[in-house]
Design a binder for this molecule. Structure first.
Ligand code: ARG
Length: 552
């Protein structure tokens, strides 16, 4: 039941503007207050008199048990049994499908490069957004727009032809390819003509040269096998793996379409869309050497998605450093006359920094994501060994908590912010972390195991202590937190909500015992509140892509 809506109905009957309804500053003034100031003119009475009149007119209901005038306000009091019960029993299930389709472009690793920690942000944020939007009723198409085309392939082909050999490649593909890539850049510093060799190889690939194609296939296959391990470990799946290469056949038609709309200009041999009027640098669609680029493929991809999925929104979870690129692409689509251009949104995120600076495959500072994940899991294993050495399934729990720590750290920060990553903070069981939330969940599970014997009927109206009220209030805000997170495409809103819920729950745990409470009807009501807290924590963590062990 929605109490506010119910009061709204009472007000509507009297033709009163329900949007004036507000939460009063203190609880003696009821749960909702209706200010009468603005009515004074129309009714030609003082607000105080109006409040008095309304007090007589409006009749309490089962759930709105008292309505009283208080100065210029009309105060509404909600029946506590109904209120508490309502919050505790509110359903927490996924909403019905709303018929809207969202395409969500996320993760997008670049073939031949390791899945590094920088990709983690896109993957985690994208996965959480997809689950939150699905919960809210959208149909979400998860697209992994792989970086599987571009000059880097030419460079790798040259490097492999010159310095590589297959046995070593097959043994440890990602490390081997990374080393070759780093070597290419080092040697190219001394001998810039290597860049030209790389371009030549890429041109061969674009022209469909057999050998180049075979290399492309091999490098792609090895990389995908490797990414797949990480996705499995993180329980992440995609509906489409159409990467940049997929759009290759659609590039010519895309350029022709822009041509037809008279959007193209030549500039130093390149084809561009001039965006000067919009204060943007030009969107280059074809380079002077005839090769197409990243932007052309994104134009083709957006057009393809509009046709194939008829999206209501087309979202891209990509590093904030690509903002200009997306502005150019979206503007070009708008100028080309696509009405859906306004529904394309770049969901930008900041950089994750380790102590040793921005990670970059080029500079050779490479942090492999799986090493980071492994390290998190190991650190958690040590903590468990100290805190709870007899825990069942230690390995599994350590994996869940270790990954949870990293994911939560990422998601609990506003996505636009840069994040600094330090180990002690990320896995601190007492900080605003994943393990902290998971621990609260395990604590709730433990309370429920210990109170199975309580058979009394829950007396919900007895939940009146400050900590109980706070817990209920926080629980009542859950759906709103998800809705807000969906609206702003910000999982951090849900993550922060979970942190607050845990803080309130821990307070409740300290002051409101379940096991030792002599009043069994009160204890039973508390147990119900714990049950609900556990459901919300587990579901909230699941939406973020984090597991919740029963014990830890
Ligand atoms: N693979 C790209 C990169 O790492 C990101 C792709 C983002 N998605 C897109 N449709 N452009 O830089």
């Amino acid at each position: 039941m929605d109490f506010k809506a119910e009061i709204g109905k009472l007000l509507k009957k009297e033709h009163l503007p329900q949007e004036l309804l507000q939460a009063p500053p203190n609880p003696d003034m009821g749960d909702y207050a209706f200010p009468c100031f603005t009515l004074a003119k129309e009714y030609k009475k003082s607000p105080q008199e109006i409040a008095k009149d309304l007090e007589k007119k409006l009749k309490p209901t089962k759930s709105i048990e008292k309505i009283t005038a208080n100065g210029p306000y009309l105060n509404f009091f909600i029946n506590k049994t109904a209120y508490n019960k309502e919050i505790i029993q509110a359903k927490t299930a996924r909403k019905k499908r709303n018929g809207k389709v969202i395409t969500l472009d996320f993760s997008q690793p670049n073939i031949m490069k390791p899945f590094n920690i920088a990709h983690l942000r896109s993957t985690m944020i994208g996965n959480a957004i997809s689950q939150i939007l699905t919960y809210e009723g959208y149909k979400v198409i998860k697209i992994n727009h792989l970086g599987d085309w571009g000059t880097q392939f030419g460079k790798m082909m040259y490097a492999f032809e010159t310095w590589g050999e297959k046995t070593s490649l097959m043994k440890d593909p990602m490390h081997y390819m990374t080393d070759l890539y780093v070597r290419f850049h080092k040697e190219a510093e001394a001998d810039p003509s290597l860049e030209e060799r790389g371009r030549e190889w890429f041109a061969k690939l674009e022209q469909g040269d057999k050998k180049a194609r075979a290399y492309w296939q091999l490098f792609s296959k090895l990389s995908l096998q490797y990414y797949d391990k990480t996705y499995k470990r993180l329980h992440i799946s995609f509906d489409s793996w159409a990467g940049e290469a997929f759009y290759e056949p659609q590039l010519k038609p895309t350029i022709e379409l822009l041509e037809k709309k008279h959007l193209l200009e030549e500039s130093d041999g390149a084809l561009i869309v001039n965006l000067e009027k919009y204060n943007l640098t030009p969107c280059i669609v074809r380079k002077s050497d005839g090769s197409t680029i990243y932007a052309t493929r994104d134009l083709a991809a957006a057009i393809y998605r509009a046709k194939t999925y008829k999206f209501d929104k087309n979202l891209y979870v990509v590093d904030v450093r690509q903002s200009l690129h997306f502005q150019q692409v979206f503007k070009t689509l708008e100028l080309a006359g696509f009405p859906w251009a306004k529904d394309c949104i770049h969901l930008a995120f900041g950089t994750m920094r380790f102590e040793d600076g921005v990670m970059s495959t080029r500079k050779g500072i490479i942090i492999f994501l799986e090493d980071v994940l492994d390290k998190a899991v190991e650190s958690v294993e040590k903590i468990i060994e100290e805190k709870n050495p007899h825990l069942k399934d230690k390995k599994k729990v350590a994996e869940q908590v270790g990954l949870g720590a990293i994911i939560f750290w990422d998601l609990s920060h506003d996505r636009l912010r840069d994040i600094s990553f330090s180990w002690d903070k990320v896995i601190d069981f007492n900080g605003e972390t994943g393990p902290y939330v998971q621990y609260a969940h395990a604590r709730a599970a433990s309370i429920l195991r210990k109170t199975k014997a309580i058979k009394a009927k829950a007396a919900y109206e007895k939940l009146q202590a400050v900590q109980e009220k706070e817990l209920l209030k926080q629980l009542s805000l859950y759906q709103e937190a998800i809705a807000k997170a969906a609206e702003q495409y910000k999982p951090s809103i849900l993550a922060k909500y979970l942190i607050t819920l845990c803080q309130v729950f821990n307070d409740f745990y300290e002051h409101c015992p379940c096991v030792t409470e002599p009043d069994k009807a009160l204890a039973a009501a508390r147990v119900k509140a714990v049950e609900k807290t556990k459901v919300v924590l587990k579901e909230g963590l699941t939406l973020l892509g984090i597991e919740s062990p029963e014990e830890m």
